[in-house]
Write a protein that binds this ligand. Structure first.
Ligand code: PEP
Ligand code: MG
Length: 539
């Protein structure tokens, strides 16, 4: 037996024959032409046919996987009429006097490469869309079309990567799971697979060799494990897990689209945590009622320099728009400690978790803070935004942060830039100091969100990064539960809501305690929303 490890992007178990996707191979010749006008007309006719196909695909897929997910086909359709797409193709036909198939392939590959080279992960992942549109037009020109998932028995389908068109057109009854060498988490392969409930693992690299074709494999889309030739006992194990997951999934589906409410009638807001624009997809798929924590610092990580106001504005705006009026709580950057960005030039520290981090950086470098706040306020017109400050320890810190936010509002007002003046300003309660003085902080904050990850770290004096201390890390320690209760009581005395956005929020053994304590909102990983709604409904 061989075990391969990839990145699980759509949960579920599958056991079946590993089959590599056979694509109809187009032999694209660099064929010279003499009738330039006729060739351009042939290309334009193929574009029109492709647009009709995409319109039909968008309509049928909207019924199968929902309007939002089928939107990609409308985007493909728009690409067809975008001069950035078609003009370079016409140029090749005209100037080099070469056939349309070749021109589409050449220009399409160059455009796809431009996208693949972009820094932004979302834009990078769009390269696959360009290739998809390109292949569609070539297939129409050459009178062939991809033969996705041919064959009679259901299989685990393997490929370098899958295009959205392929993924969407698979006959669900023939595809047990998708596995690929490449692929990004926010690729459409991953999104469609999750939406359609097909287990999927991506990123195996060359280990997923074509030599494995025809072998029996068992996969776990959650852990990202693929076992080749698993043997009867392991197959039995996978099958058992499959049955169990299926039962759980069925039981959970009936909670989709519902309010989160206890059997006694107490309403809880069940939100999701995200770290990027791309995560919104998962939050919506998970049926989150809002975003309780947008870890905005991820916009600053993995870059060479600070993201400018415009870049940030675009990201916040997109999240707000995609959440369509549901609340989005944007946490101002929590850079420092385990989230370092070299260009910040922060000094080396003996104890980074106790060092220059989060609001401390923002208060000592107000220009940076103001850029972020300006971007958030400007985006605030696009939806239901709230802002929260991380790592607050004192009322003074909160007042200083609020004063800077007020300055930003004034500046935007003076510049006549539209924004929502009433964006609620809340704080994270993630230091014992903040929990202990939560009565004082509640007078100045419009909401609290308890960050139990850091609250645990600082209360128990246990570095959250240090696995060696796990035996000492009692996540249910009475001290933490008391601080949560104290915070909730003080919030309610002051008439402000309180949520939990740390990992403890998804701990089902504490759900009853949270509800009894009067927690108003729980923000968890997207996949935990439905299971938690089910638990709450039974309370
Ligand atoms: C927390 O500390 O609980 C929290 C939600 O913030 P982060 O995990 O990003 O530090
Ligand atoms: Mg934290």
């Amino acid at each position: 037996m061989i075990t391969l490890q990839g990145k699980g992007v759509s949960g579920g178990i599958a056991v079946g024959k590993l089959t590599f996707l056979e694509r109809t191979h187009y032999s694209i010749e660099k064929k010279p032409i003499t009738e330039v006008i006729a060739e351009i007309e042939r290309f334009n006719a193929a574009r029109e046919t492709a647009a009709v196909q995409l319109e039909e695909l968008s309509r049928t897929m909207a019924e199968k996987i929902g309007k939002e997910n089928a939107l990609v086909f409308d985007i493909h359709s728009m690409m067809l009429s975008d001069p950035d797409f078609y003009q370079p193709i016409i140029d090749i036909i005209e100037n080099q006097r070469l056939c349309a198939e070749y021109a589409v392939m050449e220009a399409g590959s160059a455009l796809a490469q431009d996208f693949a080279d972009m820094d932004d992960d979302y834009m990078k992942a769009r390269a696959v869309d360009i290739r998809d549109v390109t292949n569609r037009v070539i297939a129409i020109l050459s009178g062939t079309w991809m033969d996705a998932a041919a064959g009679s028995d259901p299989v685990i389908l393997a490929a370098d990567d899958f295009s959205p068109s392929e993924t969407a057109q698979f006959d669900r009854s023939k595809v047990l799971a998708l596995v690929s060498r490449a692929g990004a988490t926010n690729s459409h392969t991953a999104i469609f697979a999750r939406t359609m409930g097909i287990p999927a693992i991506i990123g195996f690299g060359p280990s997923l060799s074509a030599g494995l074709a025809g072998t029996i494999a068992a996969i776990d889309g959650e852990t990202g494990v693929l076992c080749v030739d698993p043997g009867p006992e392991l197959i039995e194990e996978f099958n058992k897990k499959h049955e169990q997951l299926e039962e759980e999934r069925q039981a959970m589906e009936k909670y989709r689209g519902r309010e989160t409410i206890t059997s006694g009638g107490k309403r809880i807001q069940l939100f999701a945590n995200i770290g990027s624009v791309a995560d919104v997809e998962a939050a919506l798929l998970g049926d989150a009622e809002g975003i309780g924590l947008f870890r905005s610092e991820f916009l600053y990580l993995g870059r060479e320099d600070y993201p400018d106001e415009e870049t940030q504005y675009e990201s916040y705006k997109r999240v707000l728009e995609e959440m369509k009026g549901k609340q989005v709580i944007i946490r101002t950057m929590d850079i420092g400690a385990d989230k370092q960005a070299g260009y910040f030039g922060l000094p080396e520290e003996e104890n980074p978790a106790l060092g220059m981090r989060a609001i401390r950086i923002c208060l000592t470098r107000p220009e940076l803070f103001k850029t972020q706040l300006r971007a958030i306020y400007r985006a605030s017109s696009a939806g239901n935004a709230a802002v929260m400050f991380p790592m607050i320890c004192s009322v003074t810190e909160l007042l200083r942060a609020k004063a800077i936010a007020a300055e930003v509002r004034e500046e935007l007002g003076a510049q006549k830039i539209a924004f929502n003046e009433k964006v609620p300003l809340g704080i994270m309660i993630e230091t014992p100091a903040a929990a202990v003085i939560s009565d004082l902080l509640a007078k100045e904050a419009e909401f609290f969100s308890i960050g139990t990850n850091d609250l645990t770290q600082y209360t128990l004096a246990i570095d959250r990064q240090n696995d060696a201390l796990s035996e000492f890390c009692d996540i249910h320690h009475e001290a933490i539960l008391r601080l949560i209760k104290l915070t909730a009581d003080n919030a309610h005395k002051a008439g402000i809501p309180v949520g939990i956005c740390g990992s403890l929020g998804a701990d089902k053994t504490l759900t009853k305690f949270f509800i009894e304590t009067g927690i108003d909102e729980l923000s968890v990983e997207p996949a935990s929303v439905l299971p938690l709604r089910k638990v709450i409904a039974k309370l």
